[in-house]
Design a protein around this ligand. Structure first.
Ligand SMILES: Nc1nc2c(ncn2[C@@H]2O[C@H](COP(=O)(O)OP(=O)(O)OP(=O)(O)O)[C@@H](O)[C@H]2O)c(=O)[nH]1
Ligand SMILES: [Mg+2]
Length: 338
C-alpha cells in the first residue's frame, strides 16, 4: 500500500505508532490523514517530528532537475536569510512570494517593501515578486494569474523556510480555485509538512507542498508552544516606541534584554507581536549565564536590528547597544526596512 497523508505528504503506515505516517490498522484503507495530522487539525494537539531539517536539500536537488516553476515563499518579518537560500539551492524560474502582509502596519506600502527586496543581490532566476496575505486573501488572484502566466508545465512547487505559510497558501488556493474540499495541515510549529504533497487545483494546475527549511538560529527552536503562540503575530502589528536615554534597558518578555550603552536620547521602535510585553528600566546589569549570549552592536540611524523570528527594531539615532538573548538565536543588523 502506497497511500500518502493528505495533510503532510508522508506515507501512511500502521506498523509503528511512534513513527511518522501512523494510522490505526482498522482504518488504514480509508484514512486520508495520518494520526498526527488528524489530531493537529481536529484537536490542535501537536506531536513533534524528529527531523534533521535537511530534507529540503534532496528535494531542491530534484526540483532543479525539472523545468517547473517554483514559488519561493518568505515571511515578511523574516526574509533576509530566506533569500540567501534561493541563491544557494534553486535554479528554476522563481516567483518570490512575500507572505503575511496582513501583520505589517497598514502605513507600510507594498511598493516600499518590493523596492527594498529588489536591493538584495538576487540570481536572475527570480522573475517576479508578489506580496500576499493568505489570511485576508490579499493579492491571491494576482498570484494565481502570474502562476498561470509563467508556469512551464502543470506542476508548480511551493517552497521556502518552515512556517512561512506554504501550506496555508495552498489551502487558500484550494478554496478559491478548485472544486476540492481537502485541506493540507498547517500549524504555528515548525516542520508541519514532512514530505512532498501534490494537490490538484484543476487539470492544468497541481501545487506541490514541500517541507520547509528549518532555520536553526530562529527563536522558534528555543521556546515553548505557549510562548510561540504569543511570538507569532496573527494580526496587524502596532509598533511600540520607547524614548530612552543612555544607561537604561528594555526587557522584552523573558526573551530579550536590550541595554542602551552609549548615544543621545533616542527612540527604539519594535515591530513585534502585540502580545509581547516590553518593560523599561533605568539601569543596566551585567548578566551572565551559560545559555545566554551577549552581543554589543553599533547601530546607525539608517539600520534595523533584527532578532531572527521575533522582531526588528528601528533606532532613530546612532547607538551602541547590548543585546542579551538565548545562545544560538541570530541577531543582526540590516538597512532599515521602514
Ligand atoms: N497572519 C498570518 N499568518 C499566516 C499567514 N499564512 C500562514 N500564517 C500562519 O503561519 C503559520 C505557519 O503556517 P503553515 O502554512 O503551516 O507554514 P508552512 O510554511 O507550511 O510550514 P512547514 O510545513 O512547517 O514548512 C500558521 O500559524 C499560519 O496560521 C498569513 O497570511 N497571515
Ligand atoms: Mg507546511
Amino acid at each position: 500500500m502506497n497511500r500518502k497523508c493528505l495533510g503532510c505528504g508522508v506515507l501512511l503506515q500502521c506498523e509503528d505508532k511512534d513513527k511518522i505516517g501512523y494510522v490505526n490498522s482498522e482504518i488504514i484503507n480509508n484514512a486520508d490523514y495520518c494520526e498526527r495530522c488528524f489530531r493537529l487539525i481536529n484537536y490542535g494537539e501537536y506531536k513533534n517530528v524528529e527531523t534533521d531539517g535537511n530534507e529540503y536539500i534532496e528535494i531542491y536537488k530534484n526540483i532543479n532537475k525539472t523545468n517547473d516553476l517554483v514559488l519561493f515563499l518568505v515571511d515578511i518579518l523574516n526574509f533576509d536569510s530566506s533569500i540567501e537560500m534561493i541563491n544557494k539551492y534553486i535554479d528554476n524560474k522563481i516567483i518570490l512570494v512575500i507572505t503575511k502582509f496582513d501583520i505589517i502596519p497598514k502605513s507600510v506600502k507594498e511598493e516600499k517593501i518590493k523596492k527594498y527586496i529588489k536591493s538584495y543581490n538576487f540570481k536572475s532566476n527570480i522573475i517576479d515578486i508578489v506580496i500576499v496575505s493568505s489570511k485576508t486573501n490579499y493579492n491571491m488572484d494576482l498570484l494565481y494569474n502570474k502562476i498561470n502566466e509563467y508556469k512551464t508545465s502543470n506542476k508548480v512547487y511551493i517552497t521556502g523556510n518552515t512556517n512561512v505559510g506554504k501550506s496555508t497558501l495552498i489551502n487558500k488556493f484550494i478554496k478559491n480555485y478548485s472544486n476540492n474540499d481537502i485541506k493540507v495541515t498547517t500549524s504555528i510549529l515548525p516542520s508541519t509538512t514532512i514530505n512532498l504533497n501534490e494537490i490538484k487545483i484543476n487539470d492544468e494546475l497541481f501545487l506541490i507542498d514541500t517541507p520547509g527549511f528549518l532555520q536553526k538560529d530562529n527563536i522558534f527552536n528555543f521556546v515553548s508552544f505557549e510562548k510561540l503562540k504569543k511570538i507569532m503575530p496573527n494580526r496587524e502589528i502596532r509598533p511600540k516606541t520607547y524614548q530612552i536615554s543612555e544607561g537604561s534597558s528594555l526587557i522584552v518578555d523573558d526573551l530579550l534584554r536590550i541595554e542602551y550603552v552609549k548615544g543621545d536620547k533616542n527612540s527604539f521602535t519594535f515591530y513585534i507581536s502585540n502580545d509581547i510585553i516590553i518593560d523599561r528600566i533605568n539601569t543596566m546589569t551585567n548578566l551572565r549565564g551559560k545559555d545566554l549570549q551577549l552581543q554589543e552592536i553599533d547601530v546607525s540611524s539608517y539600520e534595523d536590528v533584527v532578532v531572527n523570528g521575533l522582531c526588528f527594531i528601528k533606532i532613530t539615532k546612532n547607538a551602541k547597544i547590548r543585546i542579551y538573548c538565548n545562545k544560538g538565536i541570530k541577531v543582526y543588523k540590516r538597512k532599515s526596512l521602514i
